[in-house]
Each structure stands twice: as structure tokens, then as C-alpha cells.
Design a protein. Structure first.
Length: 404
């Protein structure tokens, strides 16, 4: 169904930013990318679990473990980031969003990356790496153009995260193709996502919390952005930089411990406990809680007190995936005209991803039960994204409706 066939159905004309010629799915960036990200999160995890069980072989020419790490960081996650930025940047800059056929072609670049890496032997690992490496730089170019055109210079720090991810993806491929270990690229990518969570989260979490508290007629608002936030973000980026470059040692442990304390203090200033009756807001605070927990995990791992993989998965599943689902659910509801409140299904989505975030690191902490915990965390992951698709898939593919 194209917008041409429904544009006269809404009184007042065309909603801002909607393409009048392309399918509704490509009318706004969050629609195709959130939908595809959730689908790929399910498909890629199923393939990985089947591969672990020996039922199938996935991306054998590239390495199944490398494929899994890559598709979680640069496949699924990059789609969520694209959906968010292509929707948020126009709000920040006041410019029209990328929509219609330009959005469709950008989406095709992302899809091409997923397909060539599912069977890299067809065109060769080197050619597959080139195809996959196109998406993030193109997204980067679009966002830079919009930020510069809108003269929103303060948003360039978000662009920095995209630069790091683009370089991380290229580095990942170079290290694997040349026979090395992509650990450095993985840490760079995870650090970029976590840094974006600390920057963007500091903008949206207190804002959404304040709006909800005000709606409830209360005045116990979260603290506004201040020097404390700047110090916490700076400390976090410093700790992530040290972790990315050094991986372990007393310097990493010291910086990560400082970041843990500062981000825990920052989170308490947002008064998340006051939002427990609205899970759409509470999940943002819970997801951010995994930021200081992740720094604590890095500190313990740097001192040899915790498996590096356990610390890594606190950040990847806890911080990144849970925050992404929190944003995907809220943004989908808000931009499709639904009431901003969590349904029972949405609450189940949150419970499942938090459970996955707790179970996956536990698999590295309890090696005797690793296979059971792998399966349990994978099932929780599939439940979270499966339920998201069940409730939000139709919203993403259908026309925006009026707020009720």
C-alpha cells in the first residue's frame, strides 16, 4: 500500500516527512530498520544457536563465531541505530527526514551486507567485506549532511560514534581476512555503542521521565543536565578508550571503577524509582543501569576477577540490546500515534531482554552450566524480539494513526 492511496484519508494533508510515492514502510527511517533489525535479531540468533548445537554450519568461510559477533554488532545493532538516527536527527535539525526511494536504497545496502555474510564463500570473504562495509559510511555521510545543514554542531558528538563504528567494522573485516583476531574491533564497536548510550541516554531518559512525572501532576523531577553529566560521560569515554586499547591491567580497572561510580550516581539523579508504574519509562532506567554494571565488569575483568566475555556481554546484551529495545518500543508507539504506555506484551519484551542480559554473562561465570545458560539466554533473546515483532511489526508496516 503506498501513501498515494491513503494520503487523502487524513484530514490536514500529509504528515510531516512522509513520502508520497514510496510504500508506507519507507516513509520514515524507523519503520524499515526497526522491523528488519528485529527480524534479523531473531533469525541470526536462531542460526547461531543451531550452529552451536551442530545442526547447521553458518558462514564457515568467515568463521561462525566471527559471523555471530559481527552480525550482533554491525548487523542487527547498526539497523537499530540507523532507524533511530534517521528519525531523531530530523527532529534535532528541523529538516525533513530521509524517506521514500533514498531510504529504500539505503535499506538495500544494509540487506546486501546481511546476505553476503550469510554465505561469504559465494563471492569471497574479501568481496563480502567490501559490500558490508558500505552501509555505515553511507549512513554517516547522511547524518553529517543533515547536522551540518541544520547547523546543530552539538550533535557532532553523536556523529563521532558513527565514525568509530564505521572504522570498527572495517577493522573487524581486516583483522579476520588477514587471519587475526578481531578483539580490538569488537571492543571499539562496543565502546562506540556504550558511549552513544551515555550521550543520547542522558538526553532522552531525564526528558521522558520529566514529561511523565509532569503528566502525573507531580514535581519530583529528575536532575537537569549539568557538570555531573559531563564528568560522567568523560570518565566513561576515558575508561572505554583504555579498555579498547589495553584490554586489561590496573589503568583499565581504575578508570572503569571511576566510571562505574560516576554513572551510578548519574542514574540515581534521574529518579527512576518514581516511574515504576509506567514500564515504558522504567525500562530506560533499567537499561542504563547496565552501563555502570558494564564498567564494573570491565574493572573486574581487567584484574582477572571476571571472564572478559562475561564483562563484554553485560555491555552487549545488557546495555546495548536492552536500551535499543527500550527505544524501539517507545519510538514505534510515539511515531505511529499510539498511547505512550507499555502493554503487557511490551512489558514481557522488557522482562525477556533483561533476563537474557543476566543469563548470558552467567554462562561465562558458571562454565559447568554454560550450554544450559547459552540456550536459556538465547531463548530469552528470541522471546524478546519475537514479541516485539508480534506487537510492533504491524505498527511499523501500517499507516500512522491519530493519538487516542
Amino acid at each position: 500500500m503506498t501513501f498515494d492511496s491513503i494520503r487523502h484519508a487524513r484530514k490536514g494533508g500529509v504528515p510531516r516527512g512522509l513520502s508520497q510515492t514510496a510504500p508506507v514502510l519507507f516513509s520514515y527511517g524507523f519503520r524499515p530498520f526497526f522491523l528488519a533489525a528485529a527480524i534479523w535479531a531473531v533469525v541470526a540468533m536462531l542460526l547461531w544457536l543451531l550452529s552451536l548445537g551442530g545442526a547447521i554450519a553458518v558462514a564457515t568461510d568467515y568463521g561462525p563465531a566471527y559471523w555471530h559477533a559481527h552480525e550482533m554488532l554491525f548487523g542487527y545493532s547498526s539497523a537499530v541505530l540507523a532507524g533511530f538516527l534517521l528519525t531523531a536527527v530530523p527532529n534535532w535539525t528541523g529538516r525533513l527526514p530521509v524517506s521514500g526511494w533514498p531510504l529504500f536504497f539505503l535499506f538495500c545496502i544494509w540487506v546486501a551486507g546481511r546476505l553476503v555474510f550469510l554465505v561469504p564463500g559465494v563471492i569471497g570473504a574479501e568481496a563480502a567485506a567490501v559490500v558490508d562495509s558500505l552501509f555505515l559510511p553511507v549512513l554517516l555521510a547522511i547524518c553529517v549532511r543533515e547536522v551540518v545543514a541544520g547547523r546543530k554542531w552539538k550533535d557532532l558528538k553523536v556523529i563521532g560514534g558513527l565514525v568509530a563504528l564505521s572504522l570498527g567494522n572495517i577493522l573487524f573485516h581486516l583483522q579476520v581476512v588477514l587471519g587475526g583476531d578481531p578483539d580490538l574491533a569488537i571492543r571499539l564497536a562496543v565502546s562506540a555503542y556504550v558511549a552513544l548510550v551515555t550521550i543520547i541516554g542522558g538526553r532522552i531518559i531525564p526528558s521522558f521521565t520529566r514529561n511523565w512525572i509532569n503528566k502525573m501532576g507531580r514535581t519530583d523531577f529528575p536532575a537537569s543536565y549539568g557538570r555531573m553529566d559531563t564528568i560522567a560521560i568523560t570518565a566513561g569515554i576515558s575508561a572505554l578508550a583504555a579498555w579498547g586499547l589495553l584490554s586489561e591491567g590496573p589503568v583499565v580497572a581504575t578508570l572503569a571503577t571511576a566510571a562505574f561510580l560516576l554513572h551510578l550516581m548519574r542514574l540515581t539523579r534521574w529518579r527512576g524509582w518514581t516511574t515504576l508504574s509506567e514500564h515504558l519509562i522504567t525500562i530506560l532506567h533499567i537499561a542504563y543501569l547496565f552501563v555502570p554494571l558494564g564498567f564494573l565488569g570491565i574493572a573486574f575483568a581487567a584484574l582477572g576477577l571476571l571472564s572478559p566475555m562475561a564483562a563484554l556481554h553485560v555491555l552487549t546484551v545488557g546495555t546495548i540490546a536492552s536500551m535499543m529495545l527500550a527505544v524501539m518500543t517507545r519510538a514505534t508507539r510515539g511515531h505511529t500515534g499510539r498511547v505512550l504506555t507499555a502493554s503487557r506484551t511490551t512489558t514481557a519484551v522488557y522482562a525477556a531482554i533483561v533476563l537474557a542480559a543476566l543469563l548470558r554473562p552467567a554462562a561465562d561465570i558458571l562454565p559447568d552450566h554454560a550450554q544450559t545458560l547459552y540456550a536459556a539466554s538465547g531463548l530469552a533473546w528470541l522471546t524478546a524480539f519475537g514479541l516485539y515483532l508480534l506487537e510492533y511489526g504491524p505498527m511499523l508496516a501500517m499507516v500512522r494513526r491519530k493519538m487516542v
